[in-house]
Write a protein that binds this ligand. Structure first.
Ligand SMILES: Cc1cc2nc3c(=O)[nH]c(=O)nc-3n(C[C@H](O)[C@H](O)[C@H](O)COP(=O)(O)OP(=O)(O)OC[C@H]3O[C@@H](n4cnc5c(N)ncnc54)[C@H](O)[C@@H]3O)c2cc1C
Length: 461
């Protein structure tokens, strides 16, 4: 036991990634005394921005989507501390690799008719999509749903690469009800993707909905500036980094948390405890939870992802006038896709140069994660040279980042996990499991969840 008295707060958040920081921000605004306890020596979780030579690159997520009004609202609140950087118009163009070259993903009907990405029969099939029966199996895979409504070529050259880009995942594993709830709702509510999309377009949006623009965003100077802004709002005295072996236990009407800072015992006491960490941490972190419940939560599978960042002072390859290119699994290449951040964000590379992020691995190619740096470098350089028309690919900087549990995959077992979470929430007052174990995998989802949880907690005070 520590010699000193425990540090007391109303709420202890575990993990200082985006979820933890946003939750702390909104709790702070409501006057609720909140601390964040973090294992790593830095805040931000998987978010990290590096300025190196004339390049600014991200080591984790590169961009988010203004998918929920809470994203715009958060940036309004942080005005003066950090500024959202909306992506340039070029980010609207997405490329898909097919038969040895890039093709733009169609943005409208005429382009969809002309594109070689989809088969002629599937283009005709599309006309009948509004008349197809809606699915009845709530656990149907995305693959089955898309084949049923749109056809194989739409699965192969639209949905499969799109899923690589977001989930680094496999449409045969993901269940739309959990992984793409908006798409699932289109079919369930309107009977058709097309009718649903039209219906949504015609529906009058309230002020909040209008703020969910679906635009791609980053932050001036990089996403780490969002972390810094949130951190400064929380106050450094309220953030405890470098805390090892943390374990929480119910105590009176709240929780005691014990851990170690530089080898010395440290303790915290709070009414609420909000873990935002990966469920694989729960066993040690929340030892009071029954091991069967922990196993159910740990059944969440993750895609392993490798990101290879390359900076070129002088770009000599093809015109990078797009968000990036995605590679359908059917094409049997070694990469998931390449992002072109310097094409749509400011100051990411010097004038005339380029910054690229190459993604490899994913749910279907876990073996890539364990390759050596030399093997990954060869793979990324070879694919980039061939796909972006470089006679030789010699970047001025090249960095490799590996994420073992990068993106959670919401498959069939999600329902069981959601029920377990609900059971634990009602069984342990003050325990709120947060993070991407539920309620979405993207940064916008984390921002929305942080606010929702803060509102829930505020209701209890
Ligand atoms: C490679 C990659 C690319 C991505 N690309 C995108 C993208 O383009 N767009 C997008 O919207 N989203 C993207 N995402 C997802 C997005 O980054 C995440 O949803 C979000 O940043 C997760 O934030 P979080 O706070 O929930 O989790 P994390 O960032 O994982 O934070 C959890 C924190 O908990 C800490 N922790 C863990 N265990 C303990 C413990 N026992 N005690 C104390 N602290 C602990 C960790 O150190 C960490 O700081 C990407 C993710 C990855 C990995």
């Amino acid at each position: 036991m520590p010699d000193t008295a425990p540090y007391k707060a109303d709420v202890a958040i575990i993990g200082s990634g985006l979820t933890g920081l946003v939750t702390a921000f909104w709790l702070g605004k409501k006057g609720i005394d909140t601390i964040i306890i973090e294992k790593a020596s830095k805040t931000g979780g998987v978010i990290g921005t590096v300025q190196e030579e004339e390049f600014i690159y991200e080591t984790g997520p590169n961009t988010g989507i203004v998918a929920h009004p809470e994203v715009s609202e958060l940036f309004d609140e942080l005005n003066g501390l950090c500024r959202m950087e909306p992506a340039d118009e070029r980010a609207k163009k997405r490329l898909i690799w097919k038969d040895g070259r890039w093709h733009p993903l169609p943005g409208g009907l005429t382009e969809a008719i002309k594109t070689p990405l989809f088969s002629t029969s599937d283009k005709f099939r599309l006309l009948l999509e509004p008349f197809r029966k809606k699915g009845r199996d709530p656990f149907e895979s995305l693959e089955s749903m898309v084949k049923r409504r749109l056809g194989q070529s739409f699965l192969d050259y639209a949905v499969d690469p799109f899923i690589s880009g977001i989930y680094a995942g496999d449409p045969a594993y993901l269940v739309p009800r959990y992984a793409l709830p908006k798409l699932y709702a289109l079919e369930q509510d309107y009977g058709s993707f097309i009718m649903g999309a039209v219906g949504k377009m015609l529906k009058k949006k309230d002020a909040g909905e209008k703020r969910a623009t679906r635009e791609v965003f980053s932050v001036d100077g990089g996403l780490a500036n969002l972390v810094r802004a949130l951190e400064s709002k929380t106050g450094t005295g309220k953030i405890f980094t470098g805390i090892a072996d943390l374990a929480a236990t119910p105590f009176n009407s709240g929780y005691m948390l014990h851990g170690k800072k530089e080898g010395l015992e440290i303790a915290f006491k709070s009414e609420f405890v909000i873990p935002t960490v990966n469920p694989h941490e729960y066993g040690d972190l929340l030892p009071f939870i029954d091991s069967r419940e922990v196993s159910l939560l740990k059944s969440l599978e993750y895609a392993m992802v490798v990101q290879v960042v390359m900076g070129f002072r002088q770009w000599k390859g093809m015109d990078l006038n797009a968000f990036g290119g995605l590679v359908p699994s059917r094409e049997k290449r070694d990469i998931l896709g390449i992002l072109f951040p310097s094409s749509f964000l400011k100051n990411r590379a010097p004038e005339g140069g380029a910054l690229l992020s190459v993604f490899l691995g994913g749910y279907r190619r876990p073996e890539i994660w364990s390759l050596t740096d030399d093997q990954l470098t060869d793979m990324a350089l070879g694919e980039t040279a061939e796909m972006l028309c470089l006679s030789e690919c010699r970047p001025d900087i090249l960095k490799i980042f590996r994420y073992k549990r990068a993106i959670p995959q919401y498959g069939k077992n999600t329902q069981e996990r959601l029920e377990t979470i609900a059971r634990l929430h009602s069984g342990y007052r003050g325990l709120l499991l947060a993070g991407n174990i539920h309620e979405g995998i993207g940064m916008a989802d984390r921002i929305r969840q942080g606010k929702r949880i803060a509102e829930h907690v505020a209701g209890a005070f």
